[in-house]
Structures are given as structure tokens and as C-alpha cells.
Design a protein around this ligand. Structure first.
Ligand code: UDP
Length: 261
């Protein structure tokens, strides 16, 4: 096992599967299976899940509603997704704890760093709900912040594409994937990895990010086993880059990539 402790970031949108809104039950169970396999390796697993499949604060602004109110709605949406994931994991007999950045006493524990660490040490999968609990942030920022707080070895950003490309592979067929890239290069080339707050937190705390295809069965475990999967963002690049072919895989993707990381 390469990592002692990981933070897995999943977008809410990924939970929609082929749907336009909400949670796709099959996709949810697939993610739970992947997380179960990862946790079974002995790696401590923390998860942050977004809420974009239900609500984002910017949507409230578009409706002419208050942005801050909208952001809290978004945070509650992440709690709904977190509860769904917790339930799916429990169905697979995985011990989990849901810790929320916004106190919702009857549903989950409040986020307390020491408590999160204790759960992880006991081998429980810890899900962080409600982002960081403050408006004007994203769950990517929550993923970076919580990963730093719990001293995770890496942020694994599970997406629908298999890494970071020179351009959007959906629009530009000549786009090539970077196996590794530095934080500085991502910024110079203006590549879309995470929002700037989230990205800067990782950069300033020397916390590597791996962007990978979460919809490819077994990818999460391969990463934990130390295989090269997706794109590693780090301070220093040690391998040649970029690759001129898309990453091959032994297993088919669960759906067609439609977004850039
Ligand atoms: N949000 C917030 N503070 C946080 C995390 C999330 O205000 O710390 C709100 C924000 O409105 C955001 C929404 O919750 O748009 C859902 O999160 P996000 O957009 O990150 O979800 P994802 O894109 O990963 O599905």
C-alpha cells in the first residue's frame, strides 16, 4: 500500500450517473464498492462529496435569491449525498462516520478534527459533509482543507476523465494527458484542476493531488497499490510528460468521459 491515509474527493454531479439530477442508485453502489475495496487494503480513507447534483449557491444567485442562503443550501445538498454514501457503505458492512461542517445534531457528528483522526485510526471510513461549513467555498476547498488537517498523504480527485490534459479532450482530439505535472505548470498553463482556493491550499502545503477516472472499476485500489493512474500534481516532476496516448485500462469505463477535470 502506497498511502497510509487518503482523502477522496467526489463531485456531486458524478453521483447523477446518466441522470440529469439527483442520485443514481447504481452509481452510488459502484462508488461504495470502490471505497470498500480501498479501505480493505488498510489505507485510511476520508471522503468529501460535493452537492452539484442537487444545488449550488451560484444557482440561487441566478434565481435572484441570496447567495449565502444558496451556499448553505449547497452545503446541505452535500450532507444528503454524504448520507446516501454512508448508507451505501453500511450496506456493504463498511464502518463509517459522517462528520458535518454544519451542525445537524440528529443526523451526523459535528466536524471535530481529533474525532475524525480517531475514527480513521480505527479503520472507519470518514465522510466530511457540508464542505467547510462556510459560504463562498466549494467542496474542492473542503477536500484540500480537511486533507491538510488530517494529514492525508494525497488528495485523490475522482472525476469522469482520466487525468489532466493539455486541452479539453472532448473538444480537442489532439489533447494529450500529463502523467505528472507541477503545481506551477498547472497555474502557468491555466489548467482546470480545482478552484484556485483549493489548489493553492494544496500547493502551499505540499499536498499532492491525483486526478483520475473514478468511473473505471478498480482505479482507486490501483492508485493505493502504487500504480500510475491519472495525473499526479506535485511540486516536482520526475517523469517525462505529457503522454501522447490516452491512458489504457484493463477495465471499461462505467460511462463516457464528458467533462475535463
Ligand atoms: N458550499 C459552500 N461551502 C463549502 C462547500 C460547499 O458554500 O465549504 C456550497 C456551494 O454553494 C457549492 C455547493 O455547496 O456550490 C455544492 O458544492 P460543490 O459545488 O463543491 O459540489 P460539486 O461541484 O463537487 O458537486
Amino acid at each position: 500500500m502506497k498511502y497510509k491515509r487518503i482523502l477522496l474527493k467526489l463531485s456531486g454531479e458524478a453521483l447523477m450517473g446518466q441522470q440529469q439530477y439527483g442520485i443514481d442508485a447504481i452509481r452510488l453502489m459502484q462508488y461504495a464498492e470502490e471505497i470498500k475495496r480501498a479501505a480493505a487494503t488498510g489505507t485510511q480513507v476520508a471522503v468529501v462529496i460535493g452537492g452539484g447534483n442537487i444545488f449550488r449557491g451560484v444557482q440561487a444567485e441566478a434565481f435572484g435569491l441570496d447567495r449565502v442562503q444558496g451556499d448553505y443550501m449547497g452545503m446541505l445538498a452535500t450532507v444528503i449525498n454524504s448520507m446516501a454514501l454512508q448508507s451505501a457503505l453500511e450496506k456493504l458492512d463498511v464502518n463509517t462516520r459522517l462528520l458535518s461542517g454544519v451542525t445537524i445534531q440528529r443526523v451526523c457528528e459535528p466536524y471535530i478534527r481529533r474525532r475524525a483522526l480517531r475514527h480513521l485510526e480505527k479503520g472507519r471510513v470518514v465522510i466530511f459533509g457540508a464542505g467547510i461549513g462556510s459560504p463562498y467555498f466549494t467542496t474542492d476547498s473542503a477536500a484540500s482543507l480537511r486533507a491538510i488537517e488530517i494529514e492525508a498523504d494525497v488528495v485523490l480527485k475522482g472525476t469522469r476523465v482520466d487525468g489532466i490534459y493539455t486541452a479539453d479532450p472532448e473538444k480537442d482530439p489532439s489533447a494529450v494527458r500529463y502523467p505528472t505535472i507541477t503545481f506551477d505548470e498547472v497555474m502557468e498553463k491555466n489548467l482546470n484542476v480545482m478552484d484556485m482556493t483549493a489548489f493553492t491550499l494544496c500547493k502551499e502545503n505540499n499536498l499532492p493531488i491525483i486526478v483520475f477516472d473514478m468511473n473505471k472499476a478498480g482505479n482507486l485500489q490501483r492508485l493505493i497499490d502504487g500504480e500510475t493512474v491519472g495525473t499526479l500534481v506535485t511540486m516536482k516532476v520526475t517523469e517525462p510528460q505529457p503522454l501522447n496516448t490516452k491512458q489504457s485500462s484493463l477495465q471499461p469505463s462505467l460511462d463516457t468521459p464528458t467533462e475535463q477535470a
